[in-house]
Ligand binder design. Structure first.
Ligand SMILES: [Fe+2]
Ligand SMILES: [Fe+2]
Length: 189
């Protein structure tokens, strides 16, 4: 991709005219996936997720969008319920508090066990969940949490959630590294 193209994409993203997921430069507004989640994405409860940092390098809305997108793509290839996978992915971390603060102040129940319950309850206010969506949201932390997934889609979200956590953490690193090199070279001139 040329520098000019990258700059144009960044400008569109900053202007809110482009929605992308981590690991891809595709404008998801131009995909079938977007039709499935566009209504939910406009909900205040979903938009407010962008106020919370998630996995150190991103915010919770971007993470949920990432999980939703990759969940949808994989379930579609496997001819599973991709629409439910997209909705559950977007809502799987629907909680509005700071994770680190929770872990410090509420040790009685571990966050890994607590937040899927909170997310499922919050999701109930937005959609009439089908059994698959509920299973995906409530058990997305498996095997950290005990109840075993009931559907193939749930096993997929458990993997996609972890995959997204890794790419969210690593994706900004090459840019940081390049900046560091540029600064070093620049300071020698
Ligand atoms: Fe989660
Ligand atoms: Fe997650």
């Amino acid at each position: 991709m040329t520098k000019a193209r990258k700059a144009e994409i960044k400008r569109l993203i900053d202007a809110g005219e482009w929605i992308h997921v981590t690991g891809s430069r595709k404008n998801i507004k131009q995909t079938e996936f977007y039709l499935v989640i566009s209504g939910l994405l406009e909900e205040d409860a979903v938009q407010e997720l962008s106020d919370y940092r998630h996995h150190k390098m991103t915010n919770r809305l971007q993470h949920c969008l990432n999980v939703s997108y990759y969940n949808y793509r994989i379930c579609r290839v496997l001819r599973l319920d991709a629409d439910s996978a997209a909705r559950a992915g977007l809502l799987h971390d629907l909680y509005h508090y700071d994770t680190a603060r929770y872990s410090k102040t509420s040790p009685a129940i571990r966050h890994s066990k607590y937040h899927p319950m909170v997310a499922a309850e919050a999701a109930e206010h937005l959609i009439e969940m089908n059994p698959r969506e509920r299973d995906m949201i409530e058990k997305h932390m498996w095997p950290v949490t005990k109840p075993v997934p009931k559907y193939a889609e749930t096993y997929i979200i458990t993997l996609v959630d972890k995959y997204c956590a890794v790419i969210e953490y690593l994706a900004p690193q090459p840019a940081r590294f390049c900046r560091w090199v540029r600064n070093r070279v620049g300071s020698r001139k």
